[in-house]
Design a protein around this ligand. Sequence first.
Ligand SMILES: *[C@@H]1O[C@H](CO)[C@@H](O)[C@H](O)[C@H]1NC(C)=O
Ligand SMILES: *[C@@H]1O[C@H](CO)[C@@H](O)[C@H](O)[C@H]1NC(C)=O
Ligand SMILES: *[C@@H]1O[C@H](CO)[C@@H](O)[C@H](O)[C@H]1NC(C)=O
Length: 392
Amino acid sequence: MRCYLHALLICILLAVFSSLYVLNQLASSLDAQDERTLGKPQGVPQSGRHATGERLNTKTSKDERMHLAVVACGPRLEETLVMLKSAVLFSTKLLHFHIFAEDHLHESFKEALDSWPAEIQPQFNTTTYPITFPRDNAAEWKKLFKPCASQRLFLPLILKDVDSVLYVDTDILFLNPVDELWALLSRFDASQLAAMAPEHEEPRIGWYNRFARHPYYGATGVNSGVMLMNMTRIREKRFKNDMTSVPLRWDEMLMPLLQKYKLNITWGDQDLLNIIFHHNPESLYVFPCLWNYRPDHCIYGSNCQPAEQEGVFILHGNRGVYHDDKQPAFRAVYEAIQKYPFGESMARALLLPLEAALRTTKHTYCGRASHLFTQRLQRSARHSPPSHRQQR
Ligand SMILES: *[C@@H]1O[C@H](CO)[C@@H](O)[C@H](O)[C@H]1NC(C)=O
Ligand SMILES: *[C@@H]1O[C@H](CO)[C@@H](O)[C@H](O)[C@H]1NC(C)=O
Ligand SMILES: *[C@@H]1O[C@H](CO)[C@@H](O)[C@H](O)[C@H]1NC(C)=O
Protein backbone atom coordinates (compact mmCIF):
# COMPACT_ATOMS: atom_id res chain seq x y z
CA MET A 1 0.00 0.00 0.00
CA ARG A 2 2.70 2.47 1.06
CA CYS A 3 4.61 1.49 -2.01
CA TYR A 4 1.61 2.25 -4.22
CA LEU A 5 1.10 5.66 -2.56
CA HIS A 6 4.73 6.56 -3.17
CA ALA A 7 4.44 5.69 -6.83
CA LEU A 8 1.27 7.75 -7.11
CA LEU A 9 2.95 10.74 -5.45
CA ILE A 10 5.89 10.55 -7.86
CA CYS A 11 3.51 10.38 -10.82
CA ILE A 12 1.63 13.46 -9.64
CA LEU A 13 4.85 15.41 -9.09
CA LEU A 14 6.10 14.45 -12.54
CA ALA A 15 2.85 15.55 -14.11
CA VAL A 16 2.96 18.91 -12.31
CA PHE A 17 6.56 19.56 -13.31
CA SER A 18 6.07 18.67 -16.94
CA SER A 19 3.01 20.88 -17.29
CA LEU A 20 4.94 23.74 -15.64
CA TYR A 21 7.70 23.16 -18.16
CA VAL A 22 5.29 23.21 -21.09
CA LEU A 23 3.66 26.39 -19.83
CA ASN A 24 7.04 28.01 -19.41
CA GLN A 25 8.08 27.11 -22.95
CA LEU A 26 4.79 28.42 -24.24
CA ALA A 27 5.21 31.69 -22.36
CA SER A 28 8.68 32.26 -23.70
CA SER A 29 7.72 31.50 -27.26
CA LEU A 30 4.83 33.94 -26.86
CA ASP A 31 7.31 36.53 -25.55
CA ALA A 32 9.40 36.02 -28.63
CA GLN A 33 6.30 36.35 -30.77
CA ASP A 34 5.40 39.67 -29.15
CA GLU A 35 8.90 40.93 -29.78
CA ARG A 36 8.50 40.24 -33.48
CA THR A 37 4.96 41.35 -34.11
CA LEU A 38 5.21 44.51 -32.06
CA GLY A 39 8.58 45.38 -33.55
CA LYS A 40 9.52 46.55 -30.11
CA PRO A 41 12.86 48.27 -29.82
CA GLN A 42 12.19 52.01 -30.05
CA GLY A 43 12.25 54.56 -27.36
CA VAL A 44 14.14 52.86 -24.56
CA PRO A 45 15.54 55.69 -22.46
CA GLN A 46 19.31 55.70 -22.23
CA SER A 47 20.06 54.69 -18.71
CA GLY A 48 23.80 55.21 -19.05
CA ARG A 49 25.09 58.47 -17.78
CA HIS A 50 27.20 60.74 -19.90
CA ALA A 51 30.61 61.52 -18.69
CA THR A 52 33.47 63.64 -19.84
CA GLY A 53 37.19 63.34 -19.39
CA GLU A 54 38.79 64.41 -16.21
CA ARG A 55 42.25 65.49 -15.36
CA LEU A 56 44.65 62.65 -14.87
CA ASN A 57 45.19 61.33 -11.44
CA THR A 58 48.95 60.96 -11.71
CA LYS A 59 49.15 59.43 -8.25
CA THR A 60 47.51 56.15 -9.32
CA SER A 61 49.71 53.13 -8.97
CA LYS A 62 51.99 52.42 -11.90
CA ASP A 63 51.62 48.68 -11.36
CA GLU A 64 47.95 48.67 -12.10
CA ARG A 65 48.11 48.05 -15.82
CA MET A 66 45.56 49.12 -18.36
CA HIS A 67 44.58 46.25 -20.64
CA LEU A 68 44.06 47.12 -24.28
CA ALA A 69 42.67 44.48 -26.64
CA VAL A 70 42.56 44.59 -30.42
CA VAL A 71 41.71 42.10 -33.14
CA ALA A 72 43.81 42.51 -36.25
CA CYS A 73 42.95 40.45 -39.30
CA GLY A 74 43.84 40.83 -42.95
CA PRO A 75 45.83 43.90 -43.97
CA ARG A 76 45.48 45.67 -40.62
CA LEU A 77 49.00 45.28 -39.24
CA GLU A 78 50.25 48.80 -39.90
CA GLU A 79 47.01 50.46 -38.85
CA THR A 80 47.05 48.50 -35.57
CA LEU A 81 50.65 49.54 -34.90
CA VAL A 82 49.76 53.22 -35.37
CA MET A 83 46.85 52.79 -32.95
CA LEU A 84 49.12 51.14 -30.36
CA LYS A 85 51.68 53.90 -30.87
CA SER A 86 49.05 56.55 -30.11
CA ALA A 87 48.13 54.61 -26.95
CA VAL A 88 51.69 54.65 -25.55
CA LEU A 89 52.37 58.22 -26.68
CA PHE A 90 49.59 59.70 -24.56
CA SER A 91 49.31 57.39 -21.56
CA THR A 92 50.68 57.58 -18.06
CA LYS A 93 49.95 54.18 -16.58
CA LEU A 94 51.54 51.06 -18.02
CA LEU A 95 49.73 49.21 -20.79
CA HIS A 96 49.27 45.54 -21.53
CA PHE A 97 48.41 44.92 -25.18
CA HIS A 98 46.35 41.82 -25.97
CA ILE A 99 46.68 41.36 -29.71
CA PHE A 100 44.47 38.82 -31.46
CA ALA A 101 45.77 38.17 -34.94
CA GLU A 102 46.05 35.57 -37.63
CA ASP A 103 49.11 33.42 -37.02
CA HIS A 104 51.17 34.77 -39.91
CA LEU A 105 50.99 38.28 -38.42
CA HIS A 106 52.35 37.37 -34.97
CA GLU A 107 56.00 37.57 -35.96
CA SER A 108 55.48 40.93 -37.70
CA PHE A 109 53.81 42.39 -34.62
CA LYS A 110 56.64 41.21 -32.42
CA GLU A 111 59.32 42.59 -34.73
CA ALA A 112 57.59 45.94 -35.06
CA LEU A 113 56.95 46.38 -31.34
CA ASP A 114 60.47 45.21 -30.44
CA SER A 115 61.86 47.86 -32.78
CA TRP A 116 60.34 50.67 -30.71
CA PRO A 117 63.01 52.56 -28.77
CA ALA A 118 64.31 51.22 -25.45
CA GLU A 119 62.87 54.16 -23.48
CA ILE A 120 59.36 53.19 -24.66
CA GLN A 121 59.65 49.46 -23.94
CA PRO A 122 59.06 49.65 -20.16
CA GLN A 123 55.70 51.31 -20.75
CA PHE A 124 53.97 48.28 -22.23
CA ASN A 125 54.05 44.56 -22.66
CA THR A 126 52.28 42.42 -25.19
CA THR A 127 50.58 39.06 -25.47
CA THR A 128 49.56 37.80 -28.91
CA TYR A 129 46.80 35.26 -29.39
CA PRO A 130 45.53 33.29 -32.38
CA ILE A 131 42.00 33.97 -33.56
CA THR A 132 39.80 31.35 -31.94
CA PHE A 133 36.09 30.69 -31.88
CA PRO A 134 33.99 28.10 -30.06
CA ARG A 135 34.79 24.83 -31.77
CA ASP A 136 31.25 23.87 -32.75
CA ASN A 137 30.37 27.04 -34.57
CA ALA A 138 33.68 28.45 -35.68
CA ALA A 139 32.70 28.81 -39.33
CA GLU A 140 29.52 30.67 -38.54
CA TRP A 141 31.24 33.16 -36.22
CA LYS A 142 34.03 33.75 -38.71
CA LYS A 143 31.79 34.84 -41.53
CA LEU A 144 29.83 37.27 -39.35
CA PHE A 145 30.43 40.79 -40.72
CA LYS A 146 34.20 41.13 -41.22
CA PRO A 147 36.29 38.02 -40.67
CA CYS A 148 37.48 37.95 -37.08
CA ALA A 149 35.46 40.94 -35.90
CA SER A 150 33.27 38.78 -33.68
CA GLN A 151 36.35 37.62 -31.77
CA ARG A 152 35.75 40.50 -29.39
CA LEU A 153 32.56 38.88 -28.10
CA PHE A 154 34.66 36.05 -26.72
CA LEU A 155 37.24 38.16 -24.86
CA PRO A 156 35.60 37.55 -21.45
CA LEU A 157 35.91 33.80 -22.06
CA ILE A 158 39.43 33.82 -23.47
CA LEU A 159 41.05 36.38 -21.13
CA LYS A 160 39.79 34.52 -18.07
CA ASP A 161 42.34 36.03 -15.69
CA VAL A 162 41.90 39.64 -16.81
CA ASP A 163 39.46 41.75 -14.80
CA SER A 164 38.81 44.55 -17.28
CA VAL A 165 39.79 45.45 -20.80
CA LEU A 166 39.49 48.32 -23.24
CA TYR A 167 38.61 46.84 -26.63
CA VAL A 168 39.28 49.04 -29.64
CA ASP A 169 38.99 48.60 -33.39
CA THR A 170 42.25 48.84 -35.31
CA ASP A 171 41.13 52.13 -36.88
CA ILE A 172 41.02 54.23 -33.76
CA LEU A 173 43.66 56.76 -32.65
CA PHE A 174 44.14 58.01 -29.12
CA LEU A 175 44.58 61.80 -28.97
CA ASN A 176 44.32 61.87 -25.19
CA PRO A 177 45.65 59.62 -22.39
CA VAL A 178 44.07 56.16 -22.29
CA ASP A 179 44.09 56.65 -18.50
CA GLU A 180 41.12 59.00 -18.64
CA LEU A 181 38.94 56.48 -20.43
CA TRP A 182 40.19 53.65 -18.21
CA ALA A 183 39.18 55.70 -15.15
CA LEU A 184 35.52 55.41 -16.19
CA LEU A 185 35.60 51.74 -15.11
CA SER A 186 35.68 52.85 -11.51
CA ARG A 187 32.68 55.10 -12.10
CA PHE A 188 30.40 52.23 -13.09
CA ASP A 189 27.43 51.86 -10.77
CA ALA A 190 26.66 48.46 -9.27
CA SER A 191 24.95 47.10 -12.40
CA GLN A 192 27.11 48.56 -15.19
CA LEU A 193 29.62 46.21 -16.84
CA ALA A 194 30.46 47.79 -20.19
CA ALA A 195 30.73 51.26 -21.71
CA MET A 196 30.31 52.50 -25.28
CA ALA A 197 29.41 55.69 -27.16
CA PRO A 198 26.14 56.23 -29.06
CA GLU A 199 26.19 55.18 -32.71
CA HIS A 200 24.72 58.53 -33.66
CA GLU A 201 24.07 61.93 -32.16
CA GLU A 202 21.59 62.96 -34.80
CA PRO A 203 18.59 60.59 -35.18
CA ARG A 204 17.78 62.03 -38.61
CA ILE A 205 20.92 60.42 -40.01
CA GLY A 206 20.98 57.53 -37.52
CA TRP A 207 21.27 54.03 -38.95
CA TYR A 208 19.65 51.79 -36.35
CA ASN A 209 16.58 53.94 -35.83
CA ARG A 210 15.94 54.04 -39.57
CA PHE A 211 17.02 50.62 -40.83
CA ALA A 212 17.63 48.02 -38.11
CA ARG A 213 15.57 44.83 -38.21
CA HIS A 214 16.46 43.90 -34.64
CA PRO A 215 16.34 45.53 -31.21
CA TYR A 216 19.07 48.06 -30.40
CA TYR A 217 20.15 50.16 -27.45
CA GLY A 218 18.60 53.54 -26.72
CA ALA A 219 17.51 56.04 -29.34
CA THR A 220 20.20 55.44 -31.98
CA GLY A 221 22.11 52.33 -30.88
CA VAL A 222 25.69 52.13 -29.67
CA ASN A 223 28.99 51.87 -31.54
CA SER A 224 31.31 49.09 -30.42
CA GLY A 225 34.56 50.46 -31.89
CA VAL A 226 35.66 51.64 -28.45
CA MET A 227 34.33 49.44 -25.67
CA LEU A 228 35.26 49.21 -22.01
CA MET A 229 34.42 45.89 -20.42
CA ASN A 230 34.48 44.83 -16.82
CA MET A 231 34.86 41.17 -17.74
CA THR A 232 34.61 39.97 -14.16
CA ARG A 233 31.09 41.31 -14.14
CA ILE A 234 30.30 40.08 -17.65
CA ARG A 235 31.31 36.56 -16.58
CA GLU A 236 29.15 36.74 -13.44
CA LYS A 237 26.03 38.36 -14.89
CA ARG A 238 22.87 36.56 -15.98
CA PHE A 239 21.51 38.48 -18.97
CA LYS A 240 17.87 39.07 -19.79
CA ASN A 241 17.19 38.04 -23.37
CA ASP A 242 14.43 37.34 -25.87
CA MET A 243 15.28 33.69 -26.48
CA THR A 244 14.15 32.24 -23.15
CA SER A 245 12.50 33.57 -20.03
CA VAL A 246 15.55 32.44 -18.09
CA PRO A 247 18.46 34.89 -17.78
CA LEU A 248 21.55 33.45 -19.46
CA ARG A 249 25.27 33.66 -18.88
CA TRP A 250 27.30 35.49 -21.53
CA ASP A 251 28.71 32.26 -22.95
CA GLU A 252 25.29 30.58 -23.03
CA MET A 253 23.67 33.52 -24.75
CA LEU A 254 25.90 34.21 -27.75
CA MET A 255 25.08 31.25 -30.00
CA PRO A 256 21.28 31.35 -29.58
CA LEU A 257 21.46 35.10 -30.22
CA LEU A 258 23.41 34.61 -33.44
CA GLN A 259 21.02 31.88 -34.57
CA LYS A 260 17.97 34.01 -33.92
CA TYR A 261 19.23 37.18 -35.55
CA LYS A 262 21.79 36.10 -38.15
CA LEU A 263 19.51 36.88 -41.06
CA ASN A 264 18.63 40.32 -39.71
CA ILE A 265 21.97 41.79 -38.65
CA THR A 266 24.09 44.04 -40.81
CA TRP A 267 27.07 45.10 -38.68
CA GLY A 268 27.83 41.74 -37.11
CA ASP A 269 28.88 41.65 -33.51
CA GLN A 270 28.02 45.31 -32.95
CA ASP A 271 24.40 44.45 -33.69
CA LEU A 272 24.51 41.56 -31.24
CA LEU A 273 25.85 43.93 -28.56
CA ASN A 274 23.01 46.32 -29.32
CA ILE A 275 20.48 43.52 -28.87
CA ILE A 276 22.09 42.44 -25.59
CA PHE A 277 22.05 45.95 -24.12
CA HIS A 278 18.56 46.61 -25.42
CA HIS A 279 17.43 43.91 -23.02
CA ASN A 280 19.88 44.90 -20.26
CA PRO A 281 20.10 48.72 -20.52
CA GLU A 282 21.02 49.13 -16.85
CA SER A 283 24.28 47.27 -17.55
CA LEU A 284 25.64 49.83 -20.01
CA TYR A 285 27.47 53.05 -19.23
CA VAL A 286 27.26 55.45 -22.16
CA PHE A 287 30.23 57.75 -22.65
CA PRO A 288 30.14 60.80 -24.91
CA CYS A 289 31.01 60.88 -28.61
CA LEU A 290 34.37 62.60 -28.05
CA TRP A 291 35.66 59.13 -27.04
CA ASN A 292 34.60 57.66 -30.39
CA TYR A 293 34.60 60.45 -32.96
CA ARG A 294 33.78 59.22 -36.47
CA PRO A 295 33.30 60.86 -39.88
CA ASP A 296 29.56 60.76 -39.16
CA HIS A 297 30.16 63.42 -36.51
CA CYS A 298 31.40 65.99 -39.02
CA ILE A 299 30.59 64.79 -42.53
CA TYR A 300 27.41 66.91 -42.80
CA GLY A 301 28.51 69.51 -40.26
CA SER A 302 29.61 69.03 -36.69
CA ASN A 303 27.13 67.19 -34.44
CA CYS A 304 29.24 65.99 -31.50
CA GLN A 305 28.60 68.70 -28.92
CA PRO A 306 31.03 67.46 -26.23
CA ALA A 307 33.89 67.55 -28.76
CA GLU A 308 33.02 71.15 -29.63
CA GLN A 309 33.88 72.05 -26.08
CA GLU A 310 36.68 69.68 -25.10
CA GLY A 311 38.12 68.45 -28.37
CA VAL A 312 38.29 64.90 -29.76
CA PHE A 313 39.78 62.30 -27.35
CA ILE A 314 39.63 59.29 -29.67
CA LEU A 315 39.40 59.49 -33.44
CA HIS A 316 37.72 56.54 -35.17
CA GLY A 317 38.48 56.48 -38.88
CA ASN A 318 35.92 53.90 -39.91
CA ARG A 319 35.08 53.02 -43.53
CA GLY A 320 38.77 53.12 -44.41
CA VAL A 321 39.16 56.91 -44.27
CA TYR A 322 42.81 56.74 -43.15
CA HIS A 323 43.67 55.11 -46.46
CA ASP A 324 41.62 56.91 -49.10
CA ASP A 325 40.92 60.52 -50.02
CA LYS A 326 37.33 60.80 -48.81
CA GLN A 327 38.13 62.44 -45.46
CA PRO A 328 41.58 64.03 -45.76
CA ALA A 329 41.42 65.44 -42.21
CA PHE A 330 41.18 61.93 -40.72
CA ARG A 331 43.96 60.72 -42.95
CA ALA A 332 46.18 63.64 -41.92
CA VAL A 333 45.96 62.65 -38.23
CA TYR A 334 46.77 59.01 -39.03
CA GLU A 335 49.79 59.93 -41.13
CA ALA A 336 51.09 62.45 -38.60
CA ILE A 337 51.12 59.85 -35.81
CA GLN A 338 52.51 57.20 -38.15
CA LYS A 339 55.41 59.45 -39.18
CA TYR A 340 56.18 60.95 -35.78
CA PRO A 341 59.61 59.67 -34.64
CA PHE A 342 59.49 58.43 -31.02
CA GLY A 343 61.45 60.67 -28.68
CA GLU A 344 61.21 63.84 -30.75
CA SER A 345 59.33 66.82 -29.40
CA MET A 346 55.64 66.22 -29.95
CA ALA A 347 54.96 69.89 -30.38
CA ARG A 348 57.49 70.20 -33.19
CA ALA A 349 57.49 66.76 -34.82
CA LEU A 350 53.81 65.89 -34.47
CA LEU A 351 51.60 68.93 -33.95
CA LEU A 352 53.30 71.32 -36.34
CA PRO A 353 53.23 69.05 -39.40
CA LEU A 354 49.71 67.94 -38.52
CA GLU A 355 48.41 71.49 -38.32
CA ALA A 356 49.99 72.25 -41.66
CA ALA A 357 48.36 69.20 -43.23
CA LEU A 358 44.97 70.01 -41.72
CA ARG A 359 45.05 73.50 -43.21
CA THR A 360 44.83 71.90 -46.65
CA THR A 361 41.58 70.09 -45.72
CA LYS A 362 39.37 73.13 -45.07
CA HIS A 363 37.32 72.45 -48.19
CA THR A 364 35.69 69.51 -46.35
CA TYR A 365 33.25 69.68 -43.41
CA CYS A 366 35.51 67.47 -41.31
CA GLY A 367 38.48 69.66 -42.24
CA ARG A 368 36.60 72.67 -40.92
CA ALA A 369 36.05 70.84 -37.62
CA SER A 370 39.65 69.65 -37.45
CA HIS A 371 40.74 72.17 -34.80
CA LEU A 372 38.87 69.72 -32.55
CA PHE A 373 41.34 66.99 -33.60
CA THR A 374 44.35 68.96 -32.37
CA GLN A 375 42.80 70.50 -29.26
CA ARG A 376 43.65 67.54 -27.00
CA LEU A 377 46.92 66.85 -28.80
CA GLN A 378 48.12 70.33 -27.89
CA ARG A 379 47.46 69.56 -24.26
CA SER A 380 48.75 65.98 -24.53
CA ALA A 381 51.95 67.22 -26.15
CA ARG A 382 52.54 69.55 -23.22
CA HIS A 383 51.64 66.93 -20.61
CA SER A 384 53.24 64.00 -22.37
CA PRO A 385 54.71 61.24 -20.20
CA PRO A 386 58.26 61.66 -18.90
CA SER A 387 59.90 59.43 -21.49
CA HIS A 388 58.73 61.76 -24.26
CA ARG A 389 60.08 64.82 -22.49
CA GLN A 390 63.56 65.12 -21.14
CA GLN A 391 64.36 61.98 -19.15
CA ARG A 392 64.10 62.60 -15.42
C1 LIG B 1 13.90 39.91 -39.12
O1 LIG B 1 13.37 40.91 -39.99
C2 LIG B 1 12.08 40.62 -40.51
C3 LIG B 1 11.73 41.70 -41.53
O2 LIG B 1 11.80 42.97 -40.93
C4 LIG B 1 11.07 40.50 -39.37
O3 LIG B 1 9.81 40.19 -39.87
C5 LIG B 1 11.55 39.42 -38.39
O4 LIG B 1 10.71 39.36 -37.27
C6 LIG B 1 12.97 39.72 -37.91
N1 LIG B 1 13.48 38.62 -37.11
C7 LIG B 1 13.75 38.76 -35.80
C8 LIG B 1 14.30 37.56 -35.13
O5 LIG B 1 13.62 39.81 -35.20
C1 LIG C 1 53.44 42.25 -18.16
O1 LIG C 1 53.99 42.92 -17.05
C2 LIG C 1 53.37 42.60 -15.81
C3 LIG C 1 54.02 43.47 -14.75
O2 LIG C 1 55.39 43.36 -14.77
C4 LIG C 1 53.52 41.13 -15.52
O3 LIG C 1 52.85 40.83 -14.31
C5 LIG C 1 52.95 40.35 -16.65
O4 LIG C 1 53.15 38.99 -16.44
C6 LIG C 1 53.56 40.77 -17.94
N1 LIG C 1 52.93 40.04 -18.99
C7 LIG C 1 53.60 39.52 -19.99
C8 LIG C 1 52.80 38.78 -20.98
O5 LIG C 1 54.79 39.63 -20.09
C1 LIG D 1 35.09 45.00 -12.05
O1 LIG D 1 34.06 44.44 -11.27
C2 LIG D 1 34.52 43.67 -10.17
C3 LIG D 1 33.31 43.02 -9.53
O2 LIG D 1 32.35 43.97 -9.22
C4 LIG D 1 35.31 44.59 -9.23
O3 LIG D 1 35.81 43.84 -8.14
C5 LIG D 1 36.44 45.23 -10.00
O4 LIG D 1 37.13 46.14 -9.18
C6 LIG D 1 35.94 45.94 -11.23
N1 LIG D 1 37.08 46.42 -12.01
C7 LIG D 1 37.39 47.70 -12.18
C8 LIG D 1 38.60 47.99 -13.00
O5 LIG D 1 36.73 48.60 -11.72
